[in-house]
Design a protein around this ligand. Structure first.
Ligand code: COI
Length: 356
């Protein structure tokens, strides 16, 4: 495994009151960095003071978007710091690399670098339940070149941000608009990758949804505009007649780690689950028949986000009287209980990093 160098910061920042800063606004004192070029491969793994970066105006990422990222979290469990499913996130990072033709990283080196970074920054991991240290690894192309081609050089950075709830209103039902005009991704495209392009593709529709009074957009498939995909910052799950149903992984949606966690826990609880194609017509029918018991999103940033309203073609489906469903509530408490250490981790999701 490659050696990880360390450069000490001249001055440390004052730590903010996490309950006042929302999500993703403050960053810690250090970051992890590693570079790639054809001659050396991934090299020069280092933990260095957090700093702004300089790129050429011809940087290929700025022009053509060859970049990927991850989102994961570290938590305080009393006097310990843990991460949640870090290896699954790093494996997904390499899957995104594959889709974007970025050279895969040595997961063990990045994992070790991440553990060292979190250990260095352990004082930044918030102690309160519901708060965490959000971990953002990302890789971007660095060739200064205006031709459209796969870059020959890259940088990987990991930055850390102490966060509270992703949504300003915390754990409360959101209003989601089913999008039938714009599309996020199509099968065969980049949909499964955690790459900026998918988020760029969601911005305009998100704005339109906001203007109409909704919090987020639920995407339909890009070909028939018929099958449910994902919300963009979350996967989507339905409880229909006692079964947890979620769209299958078909290459155009993100293979969510929290989605996987929810399915694994539901199985542990003996609740039937199904990953399959679900059409919006099926959801409308289940709603009309009174079979649509709950709708909720899952994601690392949001954890579990109950959906109170699903708007489609100008009509609102009010789910569970607009209240948090009992399954979503129980799942939220279970996952946050695993994060905080109040619940025993029977499935090996939690990785110990360091004592305080
Ligand atoms: C996450 O859930 O970690 C995400 O990456 C979603 C979003 C904040 C972009």
């Amino acid at each position: 495994m490659a050696e990880i160098k360390f450069e000490k910061a001249a001055k440390l920042k004052a730590k903010p009151d996490v309950s006042k800063i929302g999500f993703g606004t403050h960053f810690t004192d250090y970051m992890f960095e590693m570079d790639y070029d054809k001659e050396h491969g991934w090299h020069d793994a280092r933990i260095i003071p957090y700093h702004d970066i300089t790129v050429s105006p011809a940087n290929t990422t700025l022009h053509y978007g060859q970049a990927i990222f991850e989102g994961m979290k570290a938590f305080r469990q009393g006097d310990k710091v843990v991460m949640f499913r870090p290896m699954d996130h790093l494996r997904r990072l390499n899957n995104s690399c594959r889709i974007l033709d970025i050279p895969p990283v040595d997961i063990d080196t990045v994992h070790e670098g991440l553990r060292k970074l979190i250990t260095t920054e352990k004082a930044w991991v918030p102690a309160k339940k519901g708060q965490s240290l959000y971990i953002r690894p990302f890789i971007f192309a660095t060739d200064p070149y205006l031709g459209v081609s796969v870059s020959s050089s890259y940088t990987l950075l990991i930055i850390l941000s102490p966060v509270a709830a992703y949504y300003a209103h915390g754990f409360a039902p959101v209003k989601i608009m089913v999008e039938d005009t714009y599309v996020r991704a199509v099968r065969g495209g980049l949909g499964e990758a955690k790459t900026p392009a998918n988020y760029a593709a969601s911005l305009h529709a998100g704005l339109v949804a906001h203007q109409k009074g909704y919090d987020q957009t639920l995407w339909l498939d890009g070909v028939e505009r018929k099958y449910i995909e994902e919300v963009g910052s979350m996967n989507i799950l339905f409880k229909i007649k006692g079964e947890i149903v979620t769209p299958e992984l078909d290459g155009s949606i993100l293979n969510g780690i929290t989605r996987r966690t929810v399915l694994a826990i539901a199985k542990e609880w003996g609740i039937p689950t199904s990953e399959r194609r679900i059409s919006i017509d099926e959801i409308r029918e289940a709603y009309t028949d009174g079979d649509l018991e709950e709708v909720f999103g899952s994601g690392t940033a949001a954890v579990i986000s109950p959906v109170g309203v699903l708007g489609y073609k100008g009509e609102d489906m009010v789910i569970n009287d607009g209240k948090i469903g009992s399954f979503a509530q129980k799942m939220f408490e279970h996952i946050t209980g695993l994060h905080s250490g109040e619940l025993k981790d029977t499935q090996g999701f939690v990785e110990f990093v360091t004592e305080m």
